[in-house]
Ligand binder design. Structure first.
Ligand SMILES: Cc1cc2nc3c(=O)[nH]c(=O)nc-3n(C[C@H](O)[C@H](O)[C@H](O)COP(=O)(O)O)c2cc1C
Length: 163
């Protein structure tokens, strides 16, 4: 079940990693930023450019998602069963109503992947074992990222993906 603590992390982190299994039995992990919480047992993300993930869940609907708050050093691990509602289907229309934060992308969605959540739990970094608390970890990691921005190290060579 998606508790208030889990929902908070999902809403405030930026990208989920979605793990599927290919028809050949290989693991596949792919980033998705457009995840929304439909209700306490359902998540969804838009299929903007997810041909592999959609093909995989059509063969095997079992998925895991990881949401990582890199500043608080906390994560959420979600297991579930996924299905793809293609654009034009009745279910796509129903789910789209919850994609207000991603309305700018609505015309480009090829479908929406809906996940019936079977398991959801918090994961804490071993950094907490050292006695550091959340506010100190946020301070440390925020400073680290700010340093990367200020020195220009965060900006790498330009890339473009065509799928
Ligand atoms: C930060 C980030 C966020 C992304 N969010 C989404 C998303 O919400 N929906 C989507 O379809 N693709 C998204 N993508 C693009 C796909 O993950 C990417 O094209 C990937 O290679 C597709 O692989 P797949 O077909 O195995 O899912 C995102 C990529 C990045 C880097």
């Amino acid at each position: 079940m998606i508790t208030a603590e889990i929902a908070h992390l999902i809403r405030h982190n930026t990208v989920a990693f979605v793990a599927t299994v290919t028809p050949e039995g290989r693991p596949a992990v792919s980033p998705k930023a457009t995840v929304v919480i439909i209700d306490e047992r359902t998540l969804a993300f838009s299929n903007l450019r997810s041909p592999g993930t959609v093909r995989n869940i059509e063969a095997n609907p079992l998925v895991e998602l990881n949401f990582i708050d890199v500043f608080r050093r906390k994560a959420v691990r979600v297991g579930g069963e996924a299905r793809h509602a293609a654009r034009g289907s009745a279910r796509f229309g129903e789910l789209l109503a919850d994609f207000g934060p991603w309305a700018d992308y609505a015309d480009r969605m090829k479908g929406i992947v809906e996940i019936a959540v079977t398991d959801a739990r918090m994961v804490l970094s071993p950094a907490y074992d050292t006695g550091l608390d959340e506010s100190e970890l946020v301070r440390q990691h925020f400073e680290r990222y700010r340093g990367l921005v200020e020195t220009g190290e965060l900006v790498g060579p330009a890339t473009r993906e065509e799928t």
